[in-house]
Design a protein around this ligand. Structure first.
Ligand code: ZN
Length: 158
């Protein structure tokens, strides 16, 4: 499998700060009974878009955290492209969200935990991202994965 533009750790401290913001969004999803995935988009040190998974509430399979965050950020910048922006998302984007990221031409994607089943890289679509987009993984991986794992464990108990 080929990964494009994987970064070495760049600014680990600020990456963790923003991933914590994405985790806050994931907790909002959890409180609403949604699969707990959260995302924020950061530009020049400022959060310009937030989103959490809303597929149940909206009856919309496209209402993933990343999609909400892309829309919010595009509204903020007043344009469809997210140049000089970083997407922080707690779980590896699916093919749909990675495809949407392509269209935004976002500069950087940072995700927490891998999604072994539906993550875009696992499906062999590692070239789905825009050639200019760099990718970083594993930021607060344990926290991001733990939220999902306990969500599905609790679901099975109920
Ligand atoms: Zn998605």
């Amino acid at each position: 499998m080929k990964y494009i533009n994987f970064e070495e750790a760049s600014d680990a401290v600020s990456d963790e700060i923003y991933m914590k913001e994405a985790l806050k969004e994931a907790h909002k999803a959890l409180e609403q009974g949604e699969v707990p995935i959260g995302a924020v988009i950061v530009s020049n040190g400022r959060v310009i878009g937030r989103g959490h998974n809303l597929t149940e509430r909206l009856n919309d399979v496209t209402a993933h955290a990343e999609m909400q965050a892309f829309t919010a950020a595009a509204n903020y910048v007043g344009g469809k492209y997210l140049h000089n922006c970083t997407l922080y998302v707690t779980i590896e984007p699916c093919v749909m969200c990675a495809g949407a990221a392509y269209w935004t031409q976002i500069t950087r994607i940072v995700f927490g935990a891998r999604d072994e089943k539906r993550g875009f890289s696992n499906l062999g679509y590692s070239n789905v991202l825009h050639p200019k987009t760099t990718l970083m993984r594993g930021v607060l991986e344990v926290e991001c994965a733990g939220l999902i794992t306990s969500f599905f464990r609790n679901k099975r108990i109920k």
